[in-house]
Ligand binder design. Structure first.
Ligand SMILES: N[C@@H](CCC(=O)N[C@@H](CS)C(=O)NCC(=O)O)C(=O)O
Length: 386
């Protein structure tokens, strides 16, 4: 029992129950103080409880947020892939509604790495404006939509670009019948230019005309079909976008042969897939899927020969295909050791994907050019899988 100056002290125990007293008045005063303290104490306790509850809620939220993209993708059983609303060669639905194109196939390659099954993908068509919010909000797991890798998107927008699946540059297309004699973009001063909003295209256009002291009249739309329709109806003299896009769009016009792509490339448009920042494992899976496609091409591993290649005499090929004893070549990444086999079976290697969708085997017939492997004079180069 606590004493102060030899007298029994009135106080409150830890539960703020009043204990012990001496004279009635003295005790009443002490009880008043005690009750006051008790109120204070209860207030403090209430707030501590609130804080604890708050912290617990935050903890729960944090653990929900820390569920990795790989976990959520595995739990739902498919990858949600953000694509364009329909750009030939990159991502466009065919007659049956199946998404075709190099960007759509890239998501299939990631699905093959994760599930061993390239069909485990669902596609979300996105306009240029919608695409970043869709990725930031978690509506899609990968953005694979002819998107240019820029510093602003890689930093302020909270994205991580995994690489450049297609090196492009911005170009101009005109109706040669309407503008005979125009064979250079430098002859376009005063032109009405059709362009899609929310793109690097819009920004480069302004820079190019300013730098060359030329005037232009921008005709801006959010939806691809609006830009296409306006240009086809002759509301603009010029259509500008990534040069690969111009070739695809030209095929959809009323009279494709009337339209000419001018020779100038006015910007660098490294197009590639992006993921959200803050999930290194998912970033690595998507990035190494891209590298695996390139390494497979470099090693001559194709959709047709991948099973045979598992027994190759080359230690490198065996390693890449997960055939080494005690290998962790896939499990370290969070996927199975035969992940490269699964990718190549689903989509073929990078070169096969390119040819089928935008290259010689496609209506676009775009040359490999700078998208050739580094071993063939191009820019496509992947670090080794070892
Ligand atoms: N690469 C550029 C341009 C991308 C872009 O959105 N281009 C338009 C060409 S008109 C497009 O593909 N639109 C497709 C759509 O909105 O579905 C960027 O990342 O900003």
């Amino acid at each position: 029992m606590p004493f102060v100056n030899g007298r029994r002290r009135v106080g409150c125990d830890a539960g703020f129950r009043v204990w012990a007293g001496m004279g009635a008045a003295f005790t009443r005063e002490k009880i008043r103080v005690c009750l006051k303290n008790r109120e204070k104490g209860l207030w403090v306790m209430k707030h501590i409880a609130i804080s604890i509850l708050g912290a617990a809620t935050l903890g729960l939220m944090a653990s929900a947020a820390s569920a990795t993209t790989l976990d959520t993708v595995k739990a739902k059983g498919f990858i949600q892939c953000g694509v364009s609303t329909g750009l030939a060669g990159f991502s466009a639905p065919d007659d049956k509604g199946d998404w075709q194109g190099i960007d759509a196939d890239f998501c299939r390659a990631v699905a093959a790495a994760v599930f061993g099954d390239g069909t485990k993908v669902k596609f979300t068509p996105l306009s240029a404006k919608e695409r970043f919010t869709a990725l930031q909000s978690g509506e899609v797991d990968i953005l694979s939509r002819n998107t240019t890798w820029t510093i602003n998107r890689d930093t302020a927008l909270g994205l991580n670009f995994v690489g450049t699946t297609y090196y492009d540059g911005q170009g101009f297309m005109i109706n040669a019948k309407k503008l005979p004699g125009v064979n250079s973009a430098l002859q376009l001063s005063g032109a009405a230019v059709c362009v899609q909003s929310g793109t690097t295209t819009e920004l480069n256009l302004a820079d190019y005309f300013k730098a060359n002291k030329m005037e232009y009249n921008p005709v801006v739309f959010e939806k691809l079909e609006e830009v296409n329709a306006a240009y086809d109806a002759g509301r603009c003299d010029v259509y500008t976008t990534d040069q690969s896009g111009l070739y695809g769009i030209r095929l959809t016009l009323g009279a494709p042969a009337d339209h000419v792509v001018l020779p100038e490339i006015i910007s660098k448009e490294p197009l590639g897939p992006a993921v959200r920042q803050g999930d290194d494992q998912w970033y690595h899976i998507v990035k190494w899927t891209y590298f695996a496609l390139l390494d497979a091409e470099e090693l001559g591993i194709t959709k047709a020969n991948v099973d045979e290649m598992k027994n190759s005499a080359s230690p490198e090929i065996k390693r890449v295909l997960g055939q080494e004893a005690d290998t962790k070549i896939g499990t370290d990444l969070g996927v199975s050791n035969d992940w490269v086999v699964n990718i190549v079976k689903a989509t073929g290697n990078y070169g096969e994907m390119f040819d089928r969708n935008v290259g010689s085997g496609s209506p676009l017939k775009i040359a490999r050019g700078i998208n050739a492997l580094w071993t063939k004079g191009g820019l496509q180069y992947a670090p080794p899988i070892r």
